[in-house]
Design a protein around this ligand. Structure first.
Ligand SMILES: [Fe+2]
Ligand SMILES: [Fe+2]
Length: 336
């Protein structure tokens, strides 16, 4: 078992590299001279780093694949504003030679504490049907509880780290709680909460997050909106079959509204929602989801940026440069 000594966050231009990484992406490309080279993205818990292998590509192509642990010797250089490792030597490590948690991106928040806060919102619900549904998913299903504490919210872009989904769901629920107070009788607080809890619950199975996060076959073929609706259907059937769990048969309108809030949370048809929001709760869940994912995406991008000075490199998703406030400057002295 070897412990990592060098982490991606600390690697700078011209640094010699001699440490291990998890391979996030691997592809063979052809250079201008017609020679093949390997294009890699390496990761550890502190970030990601591009890398190139220029020599002996045939030897490495079948081995240096996604999810492989590798030991790399090489040097970092900054190319077009981005760090890149030129690899001189690379070898594959066995799983028992590494400590997995050194390689998987971690959130900075404690999963159990986030979960307890979320359950506080579940406990505060009033509607007996909605509350029983929330409890059956988030409290009573041990597999779901285990997944909720681990899952990232996405493969890339926003909350793309361990427990990122729970952080996102709790953040949204806190905002929705404020909106419920603000709009008073015009919104159903419990329905808003179910939207916060369940809008992305299908991601627990849409993504595989044991190693490098990727889509599962079910995720690719069905997707988290429909998977969320399927879960709600199944849990309501289970509740109805358990004597005493509900005051009566789950009301049809309530069932349809929960499903609608999940299906409409991407807002428009082009973003994968089969229905646009058709009640205020669905509209608010969509808008808060959009806001929370964008704030986190920009925060993570800005924090990880290595460009000297007050502006980030170009963000391709948002097609703009972002201003770096003091919290994003690391140890760097503020530029005038
Ligand atoms: Fe979503
Ligand atoms: Fe979301």
């Amino acid at each position: 078992m070897q412990s990592k000594t060098q982490f991606i966050r600390d690697i700078k231009d011209k640094d010699p590299i001699s440490t291990s990484f998890l391979v996030k992406f691997s592809a063979v490309a052809t250079g201008k001279n017609g020679k093949p080279y390997m294009n890699l993205i390496l990761m550890d818990r502190s970030g990601e780093l591009e890398a190139r292998i220029w020599d002996e590509v045939d030897r490495y192509a079948g081995q240096v694949v996604r999810d492989a642990f590798v030991h790399v010797d090489g040097r970092c250089q900054v190319y077009q504003g981005r760090r890149q490792v030129v690899i001189n030597k690379i070898s594959i490590l066995r799983e028992d030679e590494v400590t997995l948690k050194e390689y998987l991106a971690e959130g900075t928040l404690d999963a159990d504490a986030l979960y307890d806060q979320l359950m506080g919102f579940v406990d505060s619900m009033k509607d007996p049907y909605y509350k029983a549904l929330a409890e059956s998913v988030l409290r009573d299903d041990a597999d779901i509880v285990d997944r909720v504490k681990r899952a990232p919210a996405a493969k890339t872009v926003h909350h793309a780290y361990k427990t990122g989904l729970l952080e996102h769901v709790l953040s949204i629920t806190q905002i929705l709680d404020g909106l419920a107070k603000h709009y008073g009788k015009y919104v159903d607080r419990d329905l808003l909460f179910l939207g916060g809890f369940f809008h992305d619950i299908g991601k627990l199975w849409e993504l595989n997050y044991d190693r490098v996060t990727d889509y599962t076959t079910e995720g690719k073929l069905i997707g988290h909106l429909v998977m969320g609706v399927e879960l709600v259907d199944r849990k309501i059937r289970e509740l109805e079959s358990q004597p005493g769990r509900l005051p009566g048969v789950f009301p049809e309108d309530k069932k349809l509204l929960v499903k609608h809030v999940i299906l409409a949370h991407h807002g428009i048809l082009e973003y994968g929602s089969p229905k646009r929001p058709k009640c205020i709760e669905a509209l608010l869940v969509h808008m808060v989801d959009d806001m929370d994912s964008k704030v986190n995406a920009i925060r993570c991008f800005t924090e990880a940026d290595q460009t000297p000075g007050r502006w980030t490199a170009l963000n391709r998703q948002y097609e703009r440069f972002f201003w770096k406030p003091d919290w994003a400057m690391g140890g760097e002295a503020p530029a005038t």
